[in-house]
Write a protein that binds this ligand. Structure first.
Ligand SMILES: [Zn+2]
Ligand SMILES: [Zn+2]
Ligand SMILES: [Zn+2]
Length: 292
């Protein structure tokens, strides 16, 4: 499978509209060092500079020539204009936050029909499952078929085996994913938007991926700026969760280690990373591609 990171930013993206912090400034006007590094990482340089648009991952099954899209970024149009990847044959929505769902309206006139998979568990906060919310929000899109799926129950789409994995993103239900190629046995794991508190059963299913895409929204040292601080501290006082919803860089790297990931890229990255850390490995940039 060929994995293309279409969107590696958090909900405001980098550069963030109206922000003149050092990180956004460097992203808008990348110096030659950053340009060179972006090229080496296989990132896409755009007129807007080095970007992290809102979250989305494109997975192409080269054997069947089918593509699966994980999450519908509000930047869907720009992402597909920018990257040389085909439109998806099917999609998955991990949860109902704006940055993962609100690009779905882009499907109008682009598709005759599109199947989107999402979890079937009722969220006590919304009184609906993710699948029900997606179907209700986009009821006007005749091209769309929403297929509810039960977490931990593997299903096949685009010739790939997909499993929704419950994670921890309060107050909403949210899911990571395991995507496996039944022919080659290669495995892609995504943590989804989550705190470090990923349930044990989920960790067991996410374990030993060839590539892990992990939520690493900010470095742990920024936790003091969150209204509720950090959580899930190590014995050395390092926060593995930023606030309650996302992992810190250190939390994401700890999970990668605990899951014994062959390779890890940190995604859902915020512009709050200081400019000196914002473009360092293993933070991902838009446009990176991996062949598993
Ligand atoms: Zn900024
Ligand atoms: Zn979210
Ligand atoms: Zn998000």
């Amino acid at each position: 499978m060929q994995v293309t990171l279409l969107g590696t930013g958090d909900t405001t993206g980098t550069p963030t509209v109206g922000c003149s912090c050092e990180t956004c400034t460097r992203a808008r006007n990348p110096d030659s060092e950053l340009r060179e590094q972006a090229r080496e990482q296989g990132a896409t340089l755009t007129p807007a500079g080095v970007e992290r648009t809102r979250f989305s991952v494109h997975i192409r099954n080269e054997r069947t020539d089918e593509s699966l899209l994980v999450d519908f970024s509000p930047d869907f149009r720009q992402q597909f204009l920018r990257e040389d990847v085909p439109l998806p044959d099917a999609g998955i929505v991990t949860h109902i936050h704006f940055d993962h769902l609100d690009g779905l309206g882009n499907c109008y006139r682009l598709f005759d029909d599109l199947t989107v998979y999402a979890a079937d568990e009722t969220d006590p906060v919304t009184g609906q499952s993710v699948a029900e919310t997606v179907a209700a929000d986009y009821a006007y899109l005749d091209q769309l078929t929403v297929e509810p799926r039960t977490p931990f129950e593997q299903f096949r789409t685009c010739g790939l085996d997909v499993t929704l994995i419950p994670v921890d993103h309060p107050p909403l239900l949210c899911y990571g994913l395991v995507i496996e190629d039944p022919e080659t046995g290669t495995k892609l794991s995504l943590t989804g938007d989550t705190s470090y508190d990923i349930p044990e059963r989920s960790r067991e299913r996410l374990a030993e991926p060839d590539l892990l895409l992990a939520d690493g929204i900010v470095p742990a040292h920024l936790s003091e700026y969150h209204p509720i601080g950090g959580t899930h501290y190590t014995d050395d006082g390092i926060a593995r969760t930023f606030g309650s919803k996302h992992m810190t860089r250190e939390g994401a790297l700890a999970v990668a280690d605990e899951l014994d990931a062959t390779q890890v890229r940190l995604v859902h990255v915020a512009h709050y990373y200081p400019a000196s850390e914002a473009f360092e490995q293993p933070l991902a940039l838009d446009g990176e591609q991996y062949t598993l």
